[in-house]
Design a protein around this ligand. Structure first.
Ligand SMILES: Nc1ncnc2c1ncn2[C@@H]1O[C@H](COP(=O)(O)OP(=O)(O)OP(=O)(O)O)[C@@H](O)[C@H]1O
Length: 295
């Protein structure tokens, strides 16, 4: 498999649900490629179909029409090649944090020795900061600690791809910031191709290489793409104090408030052709401005 080939290709994904009024087309002709090792986030209005797209990629929701190629292979159905983290990690309450992680590791790495499997679970639990809490049960863990277990569980399977559905949506602001950093550190070590759904524009900018914007539903599809040009590794203070952060933010907010209802040819924006609320290009702090968006 060439390093240059996309890690994930989504080709005209469609999702239709039956409804009393007839078939409801939730997602229509949604196409995007993710590069190997890329961190992409999916944003859009509530109910537009972000989780539906993620769930189709995860193989948890059937694809009505269109297709998906993961690592060069047409893929349908769920599999351990995709690690998933939901808003709430759904841990088995009668098992310790360690055993919850081991559950998946035992299934995926059944040919490894017990010592190797234990080492894998212990390593990822330590990296997410639960080195001293891995014998605790879910009821003894805070919401943030449970989500750390969820992240460790996904990484411990060593998947090809990481799928995150608002993983920090239920956390307080401070815990959210801590866990964003934990996720970024783990992502940097593993360079997993990542697709994450979030409502949080700041989070999307801080974490992503590209922010993928969906149009409003029904028949939601690809709206715009914003390339985030901050160097890595990223430090939160550095990013949020950069004037470019505010220009990215304004572009995304203006998309959500002004353009998400439009059906136009998807455009890619970057630091040189960002738009403001008025739809005008802005000069960013690092370079030039341009009136035309690159298609
Ligand atoms: N199993 C289902 N049957 C019928 N309709 C569904 C089903 N699952 C989701 N939908 C509908 O599909 C649409 C998109 O839902 P989805 O959860 O993907 O949106 P979302 O953008 O992730 O929303 P949010 O940001 O609020 O989480 C919604 O109108 C929802 O009601």
């Amino acid at each position: 498999m060439s390093e240059k080939a996309p890690a994930l290709e989504l080709f005209r994904l469609n999702k239709t649900y039956p409804s009393p009024a007839g078939p409801a087309v939730i997602v229509k002709d949604f196409s995007i490629n993710l590069k190997r090792g890329e961190f992409a986030t999916l944003i859009g209005h509530s109910g537009c179909g972000k989780s539906t797209v993620l769930s189709m990629v995860a193989g948890l929701t059937s694809i009505t029409d269109g297709g998906m190629i993961l690592d060069g292979r047409e893929t349908t159905g769920a599999g351990p090649d995709r690690g998933i983290v939901f808003q709430s990690p759904c841990l088995l309450p009668w098992m310790s944090a360690f055993d919850n992680v081991m559950l998946g590791v035992n299934q995926v790495y059944f040919t490894a020795t017990k010592a190797e499997r234990r080492e894998l679970a212990e390593y990822y639990l330590s990296v997410v900061g639960l080195g001293d809490a891995m014998d605790k049960y879910p009821a003894e863990l805070s919401q943030g600690m449970r989500q750390r277990v969820g992240i460790a569980r996904a990484f411990a399977l060593q998947p090809k791809m990481l799928l995150l559905d608002e993983p920090f949506g239920m956390l307080d602001a401070l815990t959210k910031i801590e866990l964003q950093q934990v996720l970024l550190d783990l992502w940097r070590r593993n360079r997993l191709t990542t697709l994450m759904v979030t409502h949080d524009v700041d989070e999307a900018i801080f974490l992503s290489d590209r922010v993928i914007m969906m149009t409003n539903g029904p028949e939601a599809t690809l709206g715009e793409i914003l390339e985030i040009d901050f160097p890595r590794p990223r430090q939160r203070e550095m990013v949020i104090n950069d004037p470019l952060f505010h220009a990215y933010r304004e572009h995304l907010v203006s998309y959500l408030t002004e353009r998400a209802h439009l059906r136009t040819e998807p455009k890619t924006y970057n630091k040189s052709n960002l738009l403001t609320f008025s739809g005008e290009p802005v000069a960013d702090a690092h370079g030039s401005s341009s009136a035309t968006a690159a298609a």
